[in-house]
Design a protein around this ligand. Sequence first.
Ligand code: 5RP
Length: 269
Amino acid sequence: MATASCPSLDALPTPPQTLVPPPPSILSQDELKKIAAFRAVDFVESGMVVGLGTGSTARHAVDRIGHLLRQGKLRDVVGIPTSRVTHDQALSLGIPLSDLDSHPVVDLAIDGADEVDPSLNLVKGRGGSLLREKMVEGACKKFVVIVDESKLVDYIGGSGLAMPVEVIKFCWKYTAEQLRSLFDYAGCRAKLRMSVGKEEEEEPFVTDNGNYVVDLYFERDIGDSWAASDAILRLAGVVEHGMFLGMASTVIVAGELGVRMINRKPGQC
Ligand SMILES: O=C(CO)[C@H](O)[C@H](O)COP(=O)(O)O
């Protein structure tokens, strides 16, 4: 009876030489976010007060901090959450929590962003937590921003996606129109942010602070973002906007080709 046997290597046909390089490993956007987040958590040291950001990228950082605390690799870290969602996540991970009233100085904050421009100015708040984020990140000694490379833009508003402004509910339409007309020159549209409520019907999105969000969309560059910031904040119905100017100390960008760490230069704004 003939038995099948393994042919000797010499007997195997030589594979044709190929000039095509091996395909790069394709990482999902979420995997890139996780890589940036884990890298940022390397900055966390035992005993630090840490601002905990909000969003799908920051979520990975909070998970990692919880994991390192459980492993005993970090100790005595106190987290200052920037939203109710992050508060609940951190609580479920056993991260000790506090607030700015008890810890007015924050050693380090880690958070995602919606846009990062070449001067490391940011747009944040598409998750709706811009006010608390700005308070906590404004109180920190070092603010590390974690993004995948899709968040890099040439100028603030350059993604064409929303630049959020938190406004009080009272006469929000009036405030929205004032916002829109401020940026008429940039082809601005102002839209009240909606969310799906308990009855499965669309209703205005309400922030953790009980306010509405007006999303601004620009067709063209708004120009001087510092002047734009001042103009927005002068409107009485505005609580805060999502431009985070001159705040980021370091931006960690995860992309297909690796992780880049960009530090703010002294005096850069
Ligand atoms: O500002 C934020 C929430 O208010 C988020 O940091 C920002 O929207 C980025 O979110 P994600 O990490 O999910 O892309």
